[in-house]
Design a protein around this ligand. Sequence first.
Ligand code: PLP
Length: 310
Amino acid sequence: MHFALEQGIFQFNVESEPELHQLSAVASHMGKTAAIAFRINPDVDAKTHAKISTGKSENKFGIPLSRARDIYETAAKLPGIRVQGVDLHIGSQLTDLAPFAEAFQRIVTLVEDLRADGHDISVIDLGGGLGIPYDRESSKPPLPTEYGQMAKRIIGHLGCKIIIEPGRLLVGNAGILVSKVIYVKQGENRKFLIIDAAMNDLVRPSMYDAYHEIVAVKEHEGPTSPYDIVGPVCETGDTFARDRDLPDLSAGDLVAIRSAGAYGAVMSSTYNTRRLIPEVLVKGGKYAIIRARPTYEDIIGLDELAEWQD
Ligand SMILES: Cc1ncc(COP(=O)(O)O)c(C=O)c1O
C-alpha cells in the first residue's frame, strides 16, 4: 500500500473491510489520499471451472452485493480514502457472455444506488475472464468485440471510465510448450506417451482438468492411435491428456502442447527438483532465450543450514 501510494497508483481495488481500514491508516499516516473502488462479489455463477470461479457468494473474493452500500458509506467517512469506483472479476476462462451480462447488470444497479446515496462513482473496473479457444474443433468463446458491445450496451449510459483486465486472452494462445518423448510405454490396455514436460511445467491439466491440444511437431501422414500423454513425475495427476489420437511417435520425437502462454510458466514450479524450463521468444525465423533454465545449484543453493545445525 505504501509503495503504491508513493507511486501515485490510479486506484486501489479494495476487497474487504479490514483492507479498507488498513489502507486508510497507511494513507493517512503518509498524508495521502487513496482513490478506491470496492471489488464487489455479484453472486453470479461464471459457469467455469470451480477453482477459477470467483464471483459466487461462497467464493472468498470481494464484498457481498448486499453489504456494498454500507461499506461505501463507511469508506466515505474514513480519512485518507476517496471513493471513486466499483470493481468486479467473476472468474476466468468464461466461454459465454451471459454471466458477464448478469454481473454487469447488477453493477449498474449498484452504481445507480451509490450515486443516489451521494457517492461520486466515475470508474468501473470489469476485471478479466474472457476465455480463449483451447479446443479449435468445439470451443468458440465470444470475440472481444462481442464482449465490448455487450459491456457498452449494459454500462455505457453510466458515463464511467472503464477498466478491463484481460490476461489469458492476450497471451494464452501466444505460447506452446514443446516437449520431447522419453518413452512410449504399452500398458495393459492403454498406450502411454511419457514426455519430458510435467505437471510442474504446466499445471492446468492436473489442477483444473484443463484441455490442451497436443500435436506432433513434425507433421506425419498415416494412421493415428490413442495415447495417454503423461509426464515423468511421481503423481497420477501428472497427466496432460488421455486418449488423444496422435501419429506413431517414438523416443526423441517432439510434441507441442498448445495454448500454454497463460497460467503456464507463471504457475510452474521446481517440484521434484525439476528445473524451470527455458522460455524462448520466436518471431518469424528469429528466436531468443528470454528466460534461461536455472541450474541445479540455483535451486539447491536456495536452501541454507540453520546456524545451530552441525
Ligand atoms: C482480479 C483479476 N483480474 C484479471 C485476471 C485475469 O483473468 P483472465 O486471465 O481470465 O483474463 C485475474 C486472474 O485471475 C484476476 O484475478
